[in-house]
Design a protein around this ligand. Structure first.
Ligand code: FE
Length: 148
């Protein structure tokens, strides 16, 4: 069950938790995450396409950050992109940060969890309506909470 937080309280809670979680050291993250999660979330790795556990998930629910549990994406925005990674046309407002990434000789926009700073994936401009965006996200960065 999602807890409703009033608009005035929300930013304060987010600031508090983000300060706490981002202050974890690499060793602390290594204890908290499995090696695959660490490689993607903390070292910007990418899982092999079509291998992630949420590529074809169609159930109703919410996708959370495996690093910190923040709610990031709704199943209502998930679509079949055929690109090999779970894809969404929108993220929950104010839960992700976008950052220019010029690694691997490509100019891409990296998608980062606002709360813990974990790498989630990239966003592209070839998504469906209504946003035209494709948030291409690694399954290992996500947990799924089924709607009850
Ligand atoms: Fe996170």
């Amino acid at each position: 069950m999602a807890i409703k937080i009033s608009k005035t309280e929300q930013p304060l809670n987010q600031r508090k938790s983000s300060r706490f979680i981002k202050s974890l050291s690499n060793d602390e993250w290594k204890k908290k995450l499995n090696p695959q999660q660490y490689r993607v979330l903390r070292e910007k790795g990418t899982e092999i396409p079509f291998t992630g556990k949420y590529v074809n998930t169609k159930e109703d629910g919410t996708y959370l950050c495996t690093g910190c549990g923040a709610e990031l994406f709704s199943s209502n925005t998930k679509f079949d992109s055929h690109c090999g990674w779970p894809s969404f046309f929108a993220a929950f407002d104010d839960k992700v940060v976008l950052k220019e990434d010029s690694g691997f000789g490509m100019r891409r926009i990296e998608v980062i969890c606002k709360k813990c700073g974990g790498h989630l994936g990239h966003v592209f401009d070839d998504g469906p309506k209504p946003t035209g965006k494709r948030y291409c996200i690694n399954s290992v960065s996500l947990d799924f909470k089924k709607k009850k």
